[in-house]
Design a protein around this ligand. Structure first.
Ligand code: MD3
Ligand code: FE
Length: 216
């Protein structure tokens, strides 16, 4: 399996509406993948990826870092946005312009021309890592969308509804896919199933996910 795509699929493009306010832009980030990965490496050189503790004392399988005016953190005291990286004691690195620009152009494409993120949470998955079903509700307002960018190994994304027991659909998120989550979908439950083993030509045995947020 030496080809770029696991089953020899061509890279997909185009737009899919996943739910009200949730627009998947297939391959939107593909032309910029190397610049995005370089920007993530620069962020991680300042604030390294780390496996945070959940409030109940478990270690998350997903490693995380942040850039921007604040970062999402989890520890024994709960979940919150913090202006400093607790591991370094310094402010989180600034959001690289290559990241901000991609997020804003995707948001515009998805119908949110006034989106200006102040935080980018960066998730790193190795095979086996997962993110259990949750809602993103640590942000001050839910009127802004979230923009997510997937890079590296493909993932099986779970997308439910407002209630935890609403029916769940699965979607594949692949290298270069961007999703704009606004409107009614902003508070929908979502998660990532355990990452399958594989090797990506740019990132090896890794999946990266960027989520751009207006948190403060
Ligand atoms: C639907 N990240 O960081 S991205 C997260 O792939 C997170 O690492 C996942 O969930 C990942 O919080 C999923 C897709 C995503 C992101 C934010 C959403 C879907 C969303 C917010 C609202 C609804
Ligand atoms: Fe989330």
């Amino acid at each position: 399996m030496t080809d770029l795509f696991s089953g020899n699929e061509p890279p997909q493009t185009g737009r899919e509406v996943l739910a009200g306010g949730a627009v998947l832009l297939r391959g939107f980030a593909l032309p910029h993948d190397k610049a995005l990965i370089a920007a993530i490496d620069a962020v991680a050189a300042i604030s390294p990826f780390r496996n945070m503790q959940t409030p109940r004392g478990f270690t998350m399988s997903v490693a995380m870092t942040n850039c921007g005016a604040a970062g999402w953190v989890s520890d024994g005291r709960g979940y919150r946005y913090a202006s400093r990286d607790p591991e370094t004691g310094s402010p989180w690195p600034a959001m690289p312009e290559a990241l901000r620009g991609l997020a804003e152009s995707a948001a515009t494409q998805g119908g949110y021309p006034d989106f200006h993120p102040d935080v980018c949470l960066i998730n790193r998955y190795a095979p086996g890592a997962k993110l259990s079903l949750h809602q993103d509700k640590d942000e001050r307002e839910f009127t802004h969308p979230i923009v997510s960018v997937s890079l590296g190994l493909p993932a099986s994304f779970q997308f439910g509804g407002l209630r935890r027991d609403d029916p769940i659909r699965r979607h594949a998120l692949r290298h270069g896919d961007v999703v704009v989550w606004g409107g009614p979908s902003r508070l929908f439950h979502h998660g990532i199933l355990p990452l399958k083993e594989g090797t990506h030509p740019e990132l090896g045995r890794i999946r990266l996910n960027l989520t751009f947020r207006r948190a403060l």
